[in-house]
Design a protein around this ligand. Sequence first.
Ligand code: HEM
Length: 707
Amino acid sequence: MPQPSSIKPNGLIVEPLQPIAITPPPLIVETATVTGAKPAARPPQPPAPPAPPPPITTNPTLAAGIDNVISDAAVGLGRVISYSLDGTGNNLTRLNQGAAGTSQLRLAPANFAPGTTNTPVTGPNARVISNTLMANSPGTADPGGRSAYMYAFGQFLDHDMSRTPSQTGANAQTLSITVPTNDAVFTPGSSITITRSLTDPTNGNAVNAVTSALDLSQIYGSDAKTAASLRNADGTLVTTAGNNPPIVNGQFVGGDVRASENPDLTAIDALFVREHNYWVAKLHAQQPNLTGDQLYDMARAITTAEYQSITYNEYLPTLLGKNALGAYTGYNPKVSTQIFEEFSAAAFRFGHSIISTNEGKISNSGAVLESTNLITAMGETTAQVTANGGFDALLRNLAQDFSNKEGVQIASELLNLFNPGAPGSNFDLGAVDVLRTRDLGIATLNQTRVALGFKAYTSFAQITSDTTLATKLQTVYGTVDKVDLFVGGLAETPVAGSMVGQTFQRIIVNQFQNLRAGDRLFFENQGFTPQMMQQIEHTTMSDLILRDTDTKAMQSNAFIATQRHSSDVVTPIASMPQLVIGVDTNGATISATAGVANTLVAGAGINQTLVGGGSSDVFTFLGTGHSDIVQGFQPKVDVLDFENLATQFSFADVGLRAGTKGDTIVTLGGNTIDVLGVAPSALHASNFLFNATNPAMMISPGNGSGH
Ligand code: HEM
């Protein structure tokens, strides 16, 4: 019988027989005010101490004969160890842990038919579950205002971590359900069929075909042969016209076989390929004598570190809530980096429910270049994908489009696909997800909750506060103990600040805590120089988009949907953060819509007039040589943002002098900005942003209020 791993409350999961005491991080509590007593007036505060120096990273334990060490402090790598391509050798005691082709772990005991170790349990017909609970038309936008990057980056991330292969060959087993009589789309009596998953004969657990660590295997490959086919001798990754990923047999290919599953996913693949090549060029310029192999290893290490930082500092807090994960506490060799079956088969498939099927390409100023449906786009040729602005235009649109609200509902197009290939012609992603959990013997919602240390639900109303949904769950399942993990996890009311409910949140937190703590080569445990470390930690998704596409302006947080449009377009959804980007024409006027808050106004030419809208506006100057006018500036909440300057500036460098009409003339780095209606004394350091090295524009994160 497959053994579950042992779980520590709120902590890390370790492999069986290797218990480890985890002390949860201390809670930070606010100082309480004694009732009735007037709080003492706050004494004047001394000036804030200078920011502490960046943390000096520790070096991972070196394993002679196993590790490929990169050492060149001059370019920021004190002593960094490369991930092996197949994932072996990360853990020095269990060399195969997390390697491609090894088994996954379980959080809860396997749930197969009584008395068997591999026969799926029976349950309500998965297509009936899909028709009753999941069918969703039209989708609802995420109420937290999160962007489509939540699913696009989520799928990209997942393809780094897991691929549960199916059985192959003449003896491959299948699992089917019959389409019910009243089905509106598929022929009643026909089947939805999946091929059963490959399992590891030693423990009965599912196999993971890719490396589990966050090592960008979806870019570089999970084996040496694939990796070699994707790189050039000079250290760059292979690209095709337009700096796009390589094309084989008419399809974009990457390190993972699913790279061209849909154009949004391929666009992120392209972004990271370009980022790798950006670093190769930069490192080569700094040290022309570095070999192609050295450049490849170094660029791979830095790009992977940036990706890990984006995952832990941007994506996961936006998905799970700010502090759901806790701080990194260092490498722990006892913690396993294996993928949990409950994660790959259920919890991280939450992403299927947030896919919005609007697919679009937009220009720098937000003009729609192409608009289609994701399912249609999945069938496009590479020429169609790269037309109309291609990946750059797709990547811009993802930052302004919403994810759908997480829940049991899934976009109808994904539930009613016809797959002409074997083994069946009907394909329903939601029903297949349910079938897959039964194929893999995944514990029910309640069994999983108990394994995680939560109480089992005793009523449907405890799963969700949505009474209609609770009634539907009752109709389908009859008893709460039967609810499948995938369905019940999606049905749970989301935890405050998180997209997902309690059970999925815990599984996802456990998975990413383990992947961080159990990875000897996690970027915070490597030997990057402090300067390089600081640069890595300040690189955001928006930075990559600005650096590696032709995009001229981005909101600071790509995971919060921000509407991009030019100033001659009336703000379409005023409750959303706005990015008003002007034309290239010198001397143009770029105006935010009056009264609309949280707007980023950016001029792509010089000598322009930027006009603010409501409160919390950011006026952005791209490049140098500006002689611009700013109107509607509110010193308490607005910001002047100097982007792409050659040198890093601070407030001390800014020249402020009174103009002749109650205005302030601001001078900096060859720019002269006339801020109308504002006296010099009203401008402070907080009114300025300088972003020379990582030019991302600022819109305060978390302001996406949705619509
Ligand atoms: C258009 C978008 C997507 C499509 C068409 C798609 C389709 C699929 C399909 C066909 C499978 C295999 C189903 C099975 O046989 O069990 C799968 C697995 C999976 N998907 Fe998606 N998916 C999409 C987006 C996403 C997103 C946004 C996420 C997460 C944020 C996600 C997470 C997963 C996971 C974790 C698996 C299991 C991986 C494994 O094999 O271990 N998918 N998806």
